[in-house]
Design a protein around this ligand. Structure first.
Ligand code: PDD
Length: 287
């Protein structure tokens, strides 16, 4: 079965699907995206992902490529056509194709919309969860508007690559004042020395992760309290647990940071409880 992608009004074979060479996403990273999990045949947290898409588009003064209800139909169709029951969909909206110029193109330039879906091997995720992952820290070098889910991800790309080259799976951005921001593609949490579940506030400086938001519902349901308070690299190294969250993986325990073992080097119980409860609590939209 060949994969199918939706591009600007047409369902195309994935291998042949393409956007214009002067697409502003390609030339200027002038676009936004969302990644959403599909689990057991349901789209997870679709409303929150589309609300964040709306916010990203508004912040960048970009138009929706179609109505929200039409986009939901397209997403479900792409997921169905690719027969994804466990995996993810990716969507990207750009300011369209126009002769290269930094200023916005004419107002009637249609935005570009791409939707793809792929399967993810659940056993690979389970394995990673059982073993835990390793992370490194890197200095924050991104722009101030990381609250917008923009496709301009070069610092994140370089950070993840640096992690890989050091035998780690995530890179964690650290601010000049020594506080932890977020991972290259994840939010970061700790259970601190006092046993408090902590994550940095999301007013600015990080992406307000949808998984992060849904974790508030999950923790409330299982009787855990979240403290939104910045923490330092030292706090993280001394923590009882460190874990990261993102759509498609929910949460992964971090068992070593910069080569230093966290607690006893094994995944902690809090992240496991959260992982177990997550799907029941999250919003589920049938494909
Ligand atoms: N990344 N922070 C950053 C910088 C991210 O790129 C992501 C998601 C998150 C977690 O957000 P959410 O819980 O909504 O997935 C935090 C996606 C998965 C990606 O770029 O592939």
């Amino acid at each position: 079965m060949s994969r199918i992608a939706y591009v600007n009004g047409a369902y195309q074979r994935h291998t042949e699907a393409a956007v214009h060479i002067e697409d502003r996403g390609f030339q200027l990273a002038d676009g936004v995206y969302e990644v959403c999990e599909i689990r057991h045949g349901f789209i997870v947290d679709l409303t929150r992902h589309l609300d964040r898409l709306d916010r990203s588009l508004r912040e960048l003064r970009m138009a929706w490529p179609m109505t929200r209800s039409a986009l939901i139909l397209v997403i479900r169709e792409v997921v169905r056509r690719n027969r994804v029951r466990n995996g993810m969909f990716y969507l990207q909206v750009t300011r369209g194709a126009a002769r290269r110029d930094h200023v916005f193109p004419a107002a009637d330039t249609p935005s570009t919309i791409v939707v793809t879906a792929k399967r993810i091997d659940a056993s690979a995720i389970a394995k990673k969860n059982a073993a835990g992952i390793r992370a490194i820290t890197v200095p924050e070098n991104r722009w101030d508007r990381v609250d917008i889910k923009s496709v301009g991800l070069l610092p994140n790309v370089l950070a993840r690559q640096a992690a890989k080259e050091e035998g780690a799976q995530e890179a964690i951005f650290v601010d000049r004042d020594g506080t932890v921001k977020e991972g290259a593609a994840t939010n970061v949490w700790i259970v601190d020395k006092e046993g408090r579940l902590r994550t940095r506030h999301a007013e600015y400086g990080i992406l307000r992760g949808i998984t992060r938001t849904t974790l508030k519902d999950v923790t409330a349901a299982i009787g855990l309290e979240i403290v939104e308070e910045a923490f330092s690299v030292e706090d993280m190294l001394e923590a009882r647990e460190v874990f990261i969250t993102a759509a498609t993986s929910i949460c992964f325990p971090v068992v070593a940071v910069n080569g230093k073992t966290i607690a006893n080097g094994h995944p902690g119980s809090v992240s496991q409880k959260i992982r177990e409860a997550f799907f029941d609590i999250a919003e589920k939209t049938a494909i």
